[in-house]
Design a protein around this ligand. Structure first.
Ligand code: GLN
Length: 202
C-alpha cells in the first residue's frame, strides 16, 4: 500500500514536531498553508499552538471553509491541544471572533488546567494505544467539558483524548515526547480511510 500523505496545518504552532512524528509513524508529511494544498491530502494534523491565532490565520488565508468542507467530507484529522480546540464543534469560552473547523461533537474549555506555569506531565492510559502509558505533556491545555465522542483518556475525570469517526483529538502534545504511538494510531485511521476509498473505487 502506498504511504499516506498527511498535511500539517502550518499557520502557527509546533508544526516541525508533528512533521517529524508523522515521518516516524510511517506517513509522508507535507505542510499546508493554502486551500489548494488540501486536495492531495489523505489526512490532516492541526498542531498545538494558540487556537485564536490559528483560527484568525485560517480565516485570513481563506482556509477555514475549505477545511470545514474537507472534514465534513470525511478527511481524517488529528488535533493536539490548540488543534483539539480547532476540531471542537463548540468552545465554552472563545475569545471574540474565535472560530473552529469543528467536526467533533464536543464542548472544550480553553486553558482548563491553568496557565503556562501550571503546565504538567501525566502518565496516561490511552485506549487504542498499546505498550504501556503515554507521557502526556499539558501546556495551557484544554479539556473536554462534554462530548458524544469516544473518550480515550482522562485526567481527574476530564476527557483529554477523544475519537469520533475519523477525527482524533488530544489535550496533550505527543509530538513533543518522541513517543509516536498516538501519531501511529492516527496514521492507521488515515490508512483505513484510504483503503475504504479505494474499495468504493473513488
Ligand atoms: N491554550 C492554547 C489555546 O487556547 C492551547 C495551548 C497549546 O496548544 N499548547 O489555543
Amino acid at each position: 500500500m502506498r504511504i499516506p500523505t498527511v498535511g500539517v496545518l502550518a499557520l502557527q504552532g509546533d508544526v516541525r514536531e508533528h512533521l517529524a512524528a508523522l515521518t516516524e509513524a510511517g506517513a509522508r508529511p507535507v505542510t499546508v498553508r493554502r486551500p489548494e494544498e488540501l486536495d492531495a491530502l489523505d489526512g490532516l494534523v492541526i498542531p498545538g499552538g494558540e487556537s485564536t491565532t490559528i483560527s484568525k490565520l485560517a480565516h485570513a488565508f481563506g482556509l477555514l471553509e475549505p477545511l470545514r468542507q474537507r472534514v465534513r467530507e470525511g478527511l481524517p484529522a488529528y488535533g493536539s491541544c490548540a488543534g483539539m480546540i480547532m476540531l471542537a464543534n463548540k468552545i465554552l469560552d472563545p475569545r471574540s471572533g474565535q472560530e473552529t473547523i469543528g467536526g467533533i461533537d464536543m464542548v472544550v474549555r480553553r486553558n482548563a488546567f491553568g496557565r503556562q506555569n501550571e503546565s504538567f506531565e501525566a502518565e496516561l492510559a490511552v485506549t487504542g494505544v498499546e505498550g504501556g502509558p503515554v507521557e502526556g505533556v499539558f501546556i495551557r491545555a484544554p479539556w473536554v467539558e462534554s462530548t458524544a465522542a469516544e473518550v480515550l483518556a482522562e485526567v481527574d475525570g476530564h476527557p483529554v483524548a477523544v475519537r469520533q469517526g475519523r477525527l482524533l483529538a488530544t489535550s496533550f502534545h505527543p509530538e513533543l515526547t518522541g513517543d509516536h504511538r498516538v501519531h501511529a494510531l492516527f496514521v492507521d485511521m488515515v490508512r483505513e480511510a484510504v483503503e475504504e476509498r479505494s474499495e468504493v473505487g473513488d
